[in-house]
Design a protein around this ligand. Sequence first.
Ligand SMILES: Cc1cc2nc3c(=O)[nH]c(=O)nc-3n(C[C@H](O)[C@H](O)[C@H](O)COP(=O)(O)OP(=O)(O)OC[C@H]3O[C@@H](n4cnc5c(N)ncnc54)[C@H](O)[C@@H]3O)c2cc1C
Length: 315
Amino acid sequence: MNHRAEIQEWFRANFKANFSGEVLFDEPLLRHTYYRIGGPAAVLATPKSLRDVAWLRAAITATSSPVFVLGAGSNVLVSDAGFSGLVIRSTKMNTELTERNSRSVRAGAGLSISALLRRAMHEGWSGFEFLCGIPGTVGGAIAMNAGTQLGEVKDHVLRVETVPLLEASKPGGTPIAFEGADLRFEYRRNLFLPAGQMIWAAEWRITPKAPGEVKLAVESALARRKTTQPLEFPSCGSVFKNPGAGTSAWQVINQLGLRGHRVGNAQFSVKHSNFIVNLGGATAADVKALISLAQSRAKAELGIALECEVHCIGD
Ligand SMILES: Cc1cc2nc3c(=O)[nH]c(=O)nc-3n(C[C@H](O)[C@H](O)[C@H](O)COP(=O)(O)OP(=O)(O)OC[C@H]3O[C@@H](n4cnc5c(N)ncnc54)[C@H](O)[C@@H]3O)c2cc1C
């Protein structure tokens, strides 16, 4: 029996009726990624509670399965062969959103950024405007230190709670909290999340304002993005991190003459050249070919190292 079949066998044999989430076998990940690209996961589990997560922890320990935490899939490129392990989809796991006091709110990792912004507009919570137009979940935004011109996660998050997925990383499965100097981030990545830990919830700094004022700020930020981004095609947003020294990755792609360049059905967008768009039926191999082409030419012709912002996973 191969590893994929072994993991599936364990899940079939040990499935607990009190697992309140969903478990799918050989589920195509293209159904769960913004690129609409990606082969099957051996097991895709969508937990709904901490008890569900505890059962998944037991599964990982018993099967030694590779594991990947997927948020809304707005920043991942899954290979065409898929993932021969357990993918834990966090979107239904913890979607709480509560005001702790007039200066902070607590949000679950599975909550969508759009739901968070809707509530912020309703309540008059200023502080989340920087997330306007970023798809995905609260957990994904923290993992990525997501941001826009208006700021990044690191400027607004006060405390992050994680739960262990590997028994070895925290025996007993008790949550860990990070705050203050322990919450370390860099441009589009976090430096604090230990291996085998999944983000569960976070507390955010807010400033109370009139709901109408927050609504105006959110709506104008969203409108600005609609005019500059190719939102009519599936994509994962910016593919490369800006290389620094005042240069944007889109300028590098333009300089290389790659704007609009296609491999198969993947294309460097004409509207925003740091986006690779799926014109319909693109494969991960198509996207990776474009990524490699830009990276090798940027290095050879401009001496610039282009680093991927999109996370590539899979076999
Ligand atoms: C049209 C478009 C525009 C975009 N614009 C921006 C932008 O302006 N700024 C920006 O920063 N990004 C942008 N992005 C990228 C993306 O939306 C963000 O990176 C987002 O924060 C990813 O969230 P997600 O839930 O989709 O995470 P996923 O894409 O599912 O995962 C991303 C990473 O986070 C990890 N992760 C997710 N959830 C958890 C969790 N609970 N615990 C631990 N790890 C976790 C995953 O393992 C993975 O490594 C854009 C994407 C699109 C499609």
